[in-house]
Design a protein around this ligand. Structure first.
Ligand SMILES: Cc1cc2nc3c(=O)[nH]c(=O)nc-3n(C[C@H](O)[C@H](O)[C@H](O)COP(=O)(O)OP(=O)(O)OC[C@H]3O[C@@H](n4cnc5c(N)ncnc54)[C@H](O)[C@@H]3O)c2cc1C
Length: 467
């Protein structure tokens, strides 16, 4: 395992890295470094001798070559919005920030884009839109999360049920592997069965095999008509059943997001936004909500309305007929992350369940958490039509893993995955064996040894320590 910063004079390290990227792009001032060493939630806090900011793939390759030669571990970092402690230097690694690699080009004829690693998802979406296309991966962190980070984590987001996760958009990558080799496959051919899918392998590898410096992604035609509605149900089971039924009855369905009454109440308190359905007389806290979006060539609102009218258990409906109102409805969902974070660093356990186990899971998981940590509070929301529930737990110290253990074991018992879309990072490593067999873990280790032979790339991420 490669070293972190210990054992090397900080001044020598800084000078040698500055010779590669320039003095201005090796940050050591604690004020400048602060934002790179703690994650978005505040749960994962590390330290680093330096943040290195290369400008292009050759500089990335030179920094990596230096790290291999010196046996210094590094952590690649994009927007630092990751939620599993994978992008911060918990063991004193050098941080390799990819944010200066920020060029993007849209190929209007092909309907594709080549985006460098540091381009934010928001910037890629705007570039696609300017070119008459749309980039369909969308997530609440869009203005900070980067192309490199979303490839490294195979980010999902709000429209996976219609367009798939990041891997489904990926036609090729440019990357510097831990071997030192730079590989580039950015031609954008739709059909290209010429051997191993290295882009697919790097996608979701969380910076453990190579550093993604650019990606070729497919774009989709922008939706012509979009409709959004917020549906209220009496309880979680009805709302889950409703969301799953819409996948069949509403072919135009592009997003279905679960929220529960206590989360909705918290969002309204923290943001000052008015509660939905205030005049209904029904208590906000006991309800469950599904935010539904439909994309169609025409009359998306009509298709959505027809499907909702057939849906059992719907108590109230708020339909957005203009983009401003649609944004207001989406705010209830998007503000959940920030509202929960305002209570202190949460444990964020992003899991998927088989469809048949979703409603029982949502009903029972708060009791599972309460048995493990009686003072904890459980908040549930998520991309429900994908079977994806974000289990957020507050009132538990960052290092207290009892709730993580209880929830992950419960998920595995029900046939689910301990990571739907955020990855394994450092946070979930001890439980990877719940989802992956010994044979799979051995294969992971062989891949790691082949592509990162010196073990310098994110040594603390993804793979569990050998027992
Ligand atoms: C408000 C909010 C909403 C979110 N919503 C979603 C959501 O709906 N769906 C979802 O999937 N995620 C979501 N996330 C999580 C996060 O945004 C994603 O995991 C995203 O892909 C991280 O991108 P990033 O650029 O911030 O990567 P970072 O956080 O910087 O890094 C994430 C991981 O990728 C590695 N990495 C980063 N860049 C590279 C690179 N160029 N090459 C190799 N490895 C690299 C890092 O080492 C780390 O292991 C959300 C986060 C927040 C804060």
């Amino acid at each position: 395992v490669a070293r972190g910063d210990e054992g090397r004079s900080p001044r020598a390290l800084t000078a040698e890295l500055a010779a590669i990227v320039g003095t201005d792009h090796v940050l050591t001032d604690p004020d400048l470094v602060a934002g790179y060493v703690v994650d978005w939630t505040g749960r994962f806090r590390g330290h680093t001798p330096a943040v290195v900011r290369p400008k292009d793939a050759p500089e990335v390759a030179a920094v990596l070559a230096w790290c291999r030669q010196e046996g210094v571990a590094l952590v690649p970092q994009g927007g630092n919005t990751g939620l599993v402690g994978g992008g911060v230097p918990l063991a004193g690694e050098v941080v390799l920030s990819l944010r200066r690699l920020d060029a993007v080009a849209v190929d209007q004829i092909a309907g594709q884009a080549t985006a460098h690693a540091g381009v934010t998802i928001g910037a890629l979406q705007r570039a696609a839109s300017d070119g008459g296309w749309s980039y369909p991966v969308d997530l609440g962190s869009r203005d900070s999360a980067t192309v490199g980070g979303t490839v490294a984590t195979n980010a999902g987001g709000l429209r996976v049920l219609r367009y798939g996760p990041t891997r489904a958009q990926l036609l090729g990558v440019e990357a510097v592997l831990g071997t030192g080799a730079t590989i580039s496959h950015l031609g954008g051919l739709q059909k290209d069965n010429t051997g191993y899918d290295l882009a697919g392998l790097l996608c979701g590898s969380e910076g453990t095999l190579g550093i993604v410096t650019a990606a070729r992604v497919r774009l989709v035609p922008p939706p012509r008509d979009v409709a959004v509605a917020l549906l209220a149900f009496d309880g979680a089971a009805d709302s889950v059943a409703g969301a799953l039924a819409l996948r069949r009855t509403l072919p135009a369905l592009s997003a279905a997001e679960l929220m529960l009454g206590d989360g909705m109440t918290l969002v309204c308190e923290v943001t000052g936004v008015a509660p939905p359905f205030a005049g209904s007389g029904r208590p906000l806290r006991s309800a469950a909500y599904v935010l539904v979006e439909a994309e169609a060539d025409e009359d998306a609102a009509g298709a959505l309305g027809d499907a909702v009218a057939q849906l059992p258990g719907v108590r109230d409906v708020a339909v957005a007929t203009d983009p401003r109102r649609a944004t207001e409805l989406w705010r209830y969902r998007e503000a959940h992350t920030q509202a929960i974070n305002s209570l202190g660093a949460p444990h964020k356990l992003d899991v998927t369940l088989p469809a048949a186990q979703l409603a029982p899971f949502v009903d029972e998981v708060p009791a599972v958490v309460a048995r493990a940590a009686p003072d904890a509070t459980t908040w549930l929301f998520g991309h429900i039509a994908d079977g994806n529930v974000h289990v957020n737990i507050t009132g538990v110290a960052p290092g207290d893993l009892r709730v993580d253990d209880a929830v992950f074991r419960f998920v595995a018992e029900l046939g689910g995955s301990i990571s739907a879309e955020h990855g394994i990072g450092t946070a979930k490593r001890p439980w990877l064996h719940l989802n992956r067999s010994q044979g799979e873990l051995d294969t992971f280790r062989r891949l790691k040894a082949a592509l990162d032979p010196d073990g310098v790339l994110n040594p603390g991420v993804l793979l569990p320590p050998l027992r």
